[in-house]
Design a protein around this ligand. Structure first.
Ligand code: OOG
Length: 251
């Protein structure tokens, strides 16, 4: 039988000690349902230390990411307030950070099922996610990465825009610049054809997990490009056509 608490402690310790570990599945088989139990158990450890759940992130919603990571199923991870970045991100607590441009949603009212989610969107923004696999070299199987909270580490979002004023978000050009250099470009179309599909997938996972999406929560729809290594002492900007931009300085 899978020892969920023990696996959660292993991942949590890896994160806190900033030391990469071997995939959990090296030690024996791990099913997807148990992997999500481990993910929840890691969250419970974090909330016991005072962190607060403030949203979810979707993973593997784009082909670029599926191909990059060799995985082909949509997953989610849980976001806490300690992961939200204002303008500076200290990389000393991260093992092997990577960054990717994202579309973010702000939830305006409680969502218990997927049919309610479109109407519950209070804002859309350009954002970024900083990934940090707790597994050496980002080498993992699907259950491993689920247990590891979909490699979630940090994220930032730009100004919220009224979705009704955007006239569709299925083809928003996204640009990632590091130190003023154009590093990645993509379209929100890469996110399941339309980030709204990713949002609905999040609502379905929420329903299944019995974790309603709450007002004020952020849903990160997933990357529009492959992730790139995030260097120290760098100024990074992610822009979305019609959505403005969000910047972060790493130290
Ligand atoms: C897993 C997280 C994938 C995305 O946007 O597809 C993800 C990883 O690549 O380490 O967040």
């Amino acid at each position: 039988m899978t020892d969920v608490q023990e696996l959660a402690a292993t991942l949590d310790d890896a994160e806190r000690s900033v030391r990469a570990i071997a995939p959990l599945t090296d030690g024996g088989p791990l099913g997807v349902a148990d992997a999500y139990r481990v993910q929840r158990a890691v969250l419970a450890r974090r909330t016991a230390r005072g962190e607060r759940l403030i949203g979810v992130k979707m993973g593997f919603t784009s082909r670029a990411k599926m191909v990059q990571m060799g995985v082909d199923d949509v997953i989610w991870g849980l976001l806490t307030d300690s992961m939200l970045v204002e303008s500076t991100l200290d990389l000393s607590g991260l093992i092997q950070p990577r960054i990717e441009p994202e579309i973010a949603f702000l939830i305006g009212r409680r969502v218990r099922s997927a049919v309610e989610v479109d109407a519950a969107v209070a804002g859309v923004a350009v954002g970024y996610e900083v990934l940090d696999s707790r597994y050496r070299d980002f080498a993992f199987t699907l259950p491993d990465v689920i247990a590891d909270n979909a490699s979630a580490a940090a994220f930032g979002v730009g100004a919220w825009h009224d979705p009704r004023e955007l006239g569709g978000i299925d083809n928003i050009g996204l640009v990632l610049e590091i130190e003023g250099r154009l590093t990645r470009t993509g379209s929100s179309a890469a996110i399941l054809g339309d980030p709204m599909r990713s949002l609905r997938a999040a609502a379905r996972l929420a329903e299944r997990a019995g974790i309603p999406l709450e007002p004020g929560w952020v849903v990160l729809a997933g990357a529009a490009t492959a992730a790139v290594p995030l260097p120290r002492d760098a100024h990074v900007r992610v822009s979305g056509a019609g959505l403005g931009s969000v910047a972060v300085t790493t130290v």
